[in-house]
Write a protein that binds this ligand. Structure first.
Ligand code: KIV
Length: 298
């Protein structure tokens, strides 16, 4: 570990907004890049205060926030609402808007239109799309060509999890690993500024890192990537649904939420809330005048 000061110290009040050149510089210097998802104003404020580099308004919102059992049902309009809220809570991290399933696959025009809405209507700095097959690479190239930076996403791509055989690690055979390698290189060649590697064996990631010039952010892809991303609700223990093995927990916020609401319910039922300090007063004279007015009313 070097003693050189980080180019973007998390607690620095003069911290500069994250840019693509700064991101590349972090990769060059070997400074780990920190990315987290956020879906609303308070989660974005937490990410800002914690000094993360990249914030993704992920389509994981479909499961963590909207209660669906997969990411496919979330609509572009839902994503725009969530991204706008996150935008209002951020100053320094680069804001990445995830393109939801069905909003970019149909044509290059559809992909560009969707990406532009994410930027114009929600204030996203860049967008992310899933997959490294021929169509996804073409869409990525088209969006980059329209002037919007794109982050690619290979390995486990939840929008197409059914086609991949379920929510499971990818690239565990030589052929499957070679396919991920080809997809990652194609997305890089298409102009993506960075990639997400999801649920890929660490040894495969290591091999690929030597061949990629753009920053790679891993989730379940081992320690060799340039940075890591976790889903906000997984890392804080807010979501009580299934958490994948790579989702390390740094909090138990759900337990605190349930305990807080249960304590409130008990206070209401037991008559100890509200207490005098939670109430407003009125001058005695004003109260008497009010009572007299009520008595005189027909
Ligand atoms: O939607 C999401 O949260 C993601 C991350 C897991 C990278 O795509």
């Amino acid at each position: 570990m070097s003693s050189r000061p980080a180019i973007q110290a998390p607690s620095d009040p003069g911290r500069l907004p994250m840019t693509l050149p700064l991101l590349l510089e972090k990769k060059r210097l070997g400074e780990p890049i920190v990315m987290v998802t956020a879906y609303d104003y308070p989660s974005a404020r937490a990410a800002e205060a914690a000094g993360v580099d990249l914030v993704l308004v992920g389509d994981s919102a479909a499961t963590t926030v909207l209660g669906y059992s997969a990411t496919t049902p979330v609509e572009l309009d839902d994503m725009l609402v969530l991204a706008r809220a996150a935008r209002r809570g951020l100053r320094t991290p680069l804001l990445i808007g995830d393109l939801p399933f069905g909003s970019y696959e149909v044509s290059d025009e559809q992909a560009i239109t969707t990406a532009m809405r994410m930027v114009k209507e929600a204030g996203c700095d860049v967008v992310k799309l899933e997959g490294g097959g021929e169509a996804s690479v073409k869409r990525a190239r088209a969006i980059v060509g329209a002037g919007i930076p794109v982050m690619g996403h290979v390995g486990l791509t939840p929008q197409t999890a059914t086609a991949l055989g379920g929510w499971k690690a990818q690239g565990r055979t030589a052929a499957a690993a070679a396919r991920i390698a080809a997809e990652a290189l194609a997305l890089q060649e298409a102009g993506c500024f960075a990639l997400v590697f999801e649920a890929i064996p660490s040894a495969v990631t290591e091999e690929l890192m030597a061949r990629l010039e753009i920053p790679v952010i891993g989730i379940g892809a081992g320690p060799a990537t340039d940075g890591q991303v976790l889903v906000f609700h997984d890392l804080l223990g807010i979501y009580d649904g299934h958490a994948p093995r790579f989702a390390k927990r740094y909090g138990d916020v759900r337990e605190q939420m349930v305990a807080g609401v249960a304590a409130y319910a008990a206070d209401v039922r037991g008559g100890s809330f509200p207490a005098p300090e939670h109430t407003y007063s009125i001058d005695d004279d004003e109260l008497r005048a009010f009572e007299a007015g009520l008595d005189e009313a027909p």
